[in-house]
Design a protein around this ligand. Structure first.
Ligand SMILES: Nc1ncnc2c1ncn2[C@@H]1O[C@H](COP(=O)(O)OP(=O)(O)OP(=O)(O)O)[C@@H](O)[C@H]1O
Length: 356
């Protein structure tokens, strides 16, 4: 059997049934061919997919003439198929190969140093606020391991389609185009276990192979929490106009804000500012403000790192209630404190971007 024929077949075998956008070739770790016998080692960190992958490999390889197909699995990620790049020289800029995301005027990444501070809530409400102002907006949920965008925007049942040249077409909800790994997984419980090079491929497809339709004024990218692979990959591959960092007022969250700012500086993405979420609570009976996490130091940290506080969002049960219903509070309850605060952050952001 010809090696190239086997590789081409593996490349053409997609794994859409398990909700992933790559091919069997992307998972290949080793391949040996002797006459009509094929031995293949596949990367699969979870045993759950072994039967599926074994059957798939056997079927496609037998269809091109293999008599015996031996499939083994490894949890070690596939080696990069590109030839190793020479180390950058002093003059070379590692970010110089960055590309602009097609058909998008401004790309804003929403990040947080720490999980659970309300990053997705801010990303979704910022998208809705900009849409409400009349802009054409896309929301890209790049939280590959814990996508919550589809729930918060009420898009869980929406279908992603594709163009004949395999560009993903995002569905639209509340006038916002949305794309999320959550929309591509067969069920909410499917673990997003694909890491390393596979994740890299999925992310670059998310950045560059989406057909947003009419040109977007803003693309909001909801990043995973922390300072990991996705952030670095994003910084190295795409031109991002700025990052917004979300935090809560607690000291522990602020320590992570500092790490986040440093990371964005390293990957040369300008930090547009900080949004402080869950800043205070307004008692509905008395209208009195309570800073339940103590006096905020966010402004101090912002100054110290040469950036600014874009706004403070109060804790309001409605924010979470409407998120669970799939409607951003900015659209569901325009007169609420949180909604007004989100609109103000969106205005600040536009001011900041217009100065760039
Ligand atoms: N201002 C707010 N008032 C009330 N509830 C809020 C507020 N902001 C966020 N929440 C709620 O807090 C929870 C966490 O928010 P969210 O999922 O946006 O955090 P996150 O930082 O994106 O988390 P992770 O990235 O770790 O998944 C959600 O249930 C959300 O509805």
């Amino acid at each position: 059997m010809a090696l190239q024929g086997v590789i081409d077949t593996l490349k053409n075998t997609n794994l859409q049934e398990i909700g992933v956008s790559f091919s069997l070739a992307d998972l290949m770790r080793d391949l040996k061919i002797e006459d009509d016998n094929v031995y293949i080692k596949l990367f699969s960190p979870s045993e759950k997919y072994h039967d599926y992958l074994r059957e798939k490999a056997e079927t496609v390889l037998k269809s091109i003439g293999a008599k015996n197909v031996q499939v083994e699995f490894t949890s070690e990620p596939p080696k990069q198929q590109q030839p190793p790049q020479p180390p950058p020289t002093a003059q070379q800029n590692p970010f110089e190969s960055r590309r602009r995301i097609p058909k998008v005027k401004k790309v804003i990444a929403v990040a947080s140093g720490k999980g659970g501070v309300g990053k997705s809530t801010v990303a979704v409400n910022l998208s809705a606020a900009l849409r409400k102002m009349g802009y054409n907006v896309g929301y890209l949920d790049a939280d590959m391991y814990g996508p919550s965008g589809p729930t918060m925007l009420g898009a869980k049942d929406k279908q992603v389609t594709a163009t004949p040249d395999n560009k993903l077409i995002p569905p639209e909800v509340h006038g916002i185009k949305i794309m999320s790994i959550g929309l591509l997984l067969p069920s909410e419980d499917t673990p997003v276990i694909w890491r390393g090079p596979v994740l890299f491929k999925a992310l670059s497809q998310f950045l560059f192979d989406i057909n947003w339709g009419e040109e977007l004024d803003f693309l909001i990218i909801d990043l995973p929490p922390g300072t990991g692979d996705v952030q670095i990959t994003l910084g190295q591959t795409a031109e991002i106009d700025g990052a917004v960092i979300v935090t809560t007022p607690q000291d522990v969250a602020l320590i992570d804000v500092k790490k986040g700012i440093q990371m964005f500086n390293e990957v040369q993405i300008p930090v547009l500012g900080i949004v402080e979420n869950m800043s205070y609570f307004v008692c509905p009976d008395s209208g009195k403000k309570y800073e339940i996490f103590g006096k905020s130091k966010t402004e101090e940290v912002a100054k110290q790192y040469n950036t600014e506080l874009l706004g403070r969002i109060p804790i309001e049960p409605k924010v979470a209630e409407f998120a669970d219903l799939g409607i951003p509070v900015v659209l569901a309850k325009e007169d609420s404190e949180s909604s007004k605060a989100f609109m103000k952050v969106a205005e600040e952001l536009i001011k900041k971007l217009s100065k760039q």
